[in-house]
Design a protein around this ligand. Sequence first.
Ligand code: ZN
Length: 254
Amino acid sequence: MTVRITPSILNADFADMGREVGRIESADGVHIDVMDNHFVPNLTMGVPMVEALRKVTDLPFDAHLMIEDPDVWAPGYVDAGAQTVTFHLEAAKAPIRLAREIRSRGGRAAVALKPATPVEQIADFLDEFDQVLLMTVEPGFGGQKFIDSSLKKIAGARAILDRAGSSAHLQVDGGVTSANAAACVAAGADALVAALAVRLCHEAGIPADRLMPGTGLTALPDTVDLSAHATALGCAAVMVLPSFFYGAVGDAGQ
Ligand code: ZN
């Protein structure tokens, strides 16, 4: 089993984003957290950033839109160069129409659910999505503690996807560390957002592009093929995220 790991640039140096993304050239992709200060109480970046970064890297972009009115704005992210566009079910007025619009423009359509939104709400139209993102913290800020009850939700989502014969990826986003990554994968997740990389690199105390299975990865089960991600867990990913994030991981007591 291969688990995709996508570093987020949420906490990168916004004054030097091109160079920051250049540091993670070997990653599976770049997770771009878009926040509008309406759907979530924080403001980050938007289409202009995606367009600008598209010019400096060939990495696939995974735009996670934590915004109101995704029906209006999400298609523009495909046009700007994002391969995957994730919108929140809670914010979409017509999620199926929107997913089809994203696909019609050549993007992968993904739907995100906040922690309190039941997966069952999308069970009957999974064919419309290429990826399902489960938030394992309340969206809005990095460095939060993983909501443990999410594991049950991940397992439930995996069961629903399997029952439907869906090949959509099941992505987990929020508070993922080596202390819970194994459980996330065991519960059925096959895509993780980057906090894991930060944690692994930090624990190992070595540049992550030299990380190999068995070196600081003992919390992960054998079924996770991290060899493919040895370079994806680039020290670049560590550099991209600020030191305060390390503190947040430590504060979680993990
Ligand atoms: Zn995200």
